[in-house]
Design a protein around this ligand. Sequence first.
Ligand code: ATP
Ligand code: MG
Length: 430
Amino acid sequence: MNTSAILPGATIGILGGGQLGRMTAMAARSMGYDVHVLDPDPMCAARAVATQTLTAPFNDAEAAARLARACDVITLEIEQISRASLEAAAEFAPVHPGADAVYIIQDRLRQKRWLSDNNFPVGAFREADSADALAAIVAEFGPSIAKACHGGYDGRGQARLSDANAAVDAWKSLGQQPCLVEQRIDIAVELSVLVARRANGEHVVYPPSRNHHTDGILTWSVTPAELPASVLRSAEELAPAIAKALGIVGLLAVELFLTTDGQLLVNELAPRPHNTYHHTERASATSQFEQLVRAVCNLPLGDPRVIAPGAIVNLLGDVWLHDTQPDIEFALGVPASRLHLYGKAGARPGRKMGHLSAVGDSSQEALSRVLACYRRLSPASALAAGLSGPPPQLRAADGALSVELAAVDRGNAAPWRGPEDNDTDREDVG
Ligand code: ATP
Ligand code: MG
């Protein structure tokens, strides 16, 4: 393998030109790289930052090859790139992360099976290949979530079932295709952890983020997560172990559930920048976008430490669809706040249009500020998201963790303790 660095002046190709591609392109441009992008939408968010935008579907292998011919390295911002496209691009430039890892991750069922087969902790799941099979699984599991194998994101491509009677409608809503069925998990806290990894196996792990979702879509995220040390440790060990097993070069985000009985379970993986690490542009010594550039260009990885607690709240299309338009001027009066807009034309419900960020002296201050900013921007959206009242408290008034989390910290529950095999060479990285 060629291990020399790809230096500024070179061209980075990004498969996908959404907001993640746009913010990666901005980081790359700051460092002096040129950027080309491939996306099916000629008006994609990254177009304003890339010198060339190729308009083609993600399964157009010939177009992926054309992108790669003009670039020194290829990365991606979305996992729904066909294997044929990744392989065609790899004929002309290194593709990071590679086709094998992306292929495992891009199908939700294949990904869950891989995690389970490799002894990473996941909740109960099955494959359903008919409405009857789905009904039988839900009869066994109780409340469940059926997820389409391909193409779902931000809660789309999912059906929540409270009992087996819902199976026929759910099966239809998911396009009558084989799907992943998960037992509904009693979640105490959602968190995520991000690892960056170079071709030589060197890696850095970002401190976990604590995340809040509404109707399957991320609402806010804060770092540091302020969770029990045992949970943080487990999360910080899990992510590089998964990245190593997948052979990831670039970024891997691991979404995790901490269950009410104290287990740490993997929800899903993303081999790219992640919405729950957008605060790294403000909060961290190295943003996730710069880190991706460093990792795929084989440069020394940046320091992932938090330099100021930070938080974000997502701005969905809904913000622009109320009678009252967003009040940007009023919102930006909140100290240490920033507006990030992705340059997307056309606000639609649930479409990610941008985010707000804030930093503070503590995670609580950063979160309170960003939510205050959101309430000023769009009181109607804040109300709809249940965020119009006082901000959620990350800790009780006396500074203690909540009851469930305190139980975890006392060691009453056993989060992940490492792979069962004798993975002795884990220290070779990092
Ligand atoms: P995103 O793109 O925002 O990450 P997604 O469409 O990829 O979302 P998931 O991450 O699978 O979908 O699920 C979205 C959210 O739905 C989770 O963050 C969690 O809040 C909830 N959820 C998903 N699976 C389960 C489960 N098995 N039990 C309980 N809640 C779940
Ligand atoms: Mg998710």
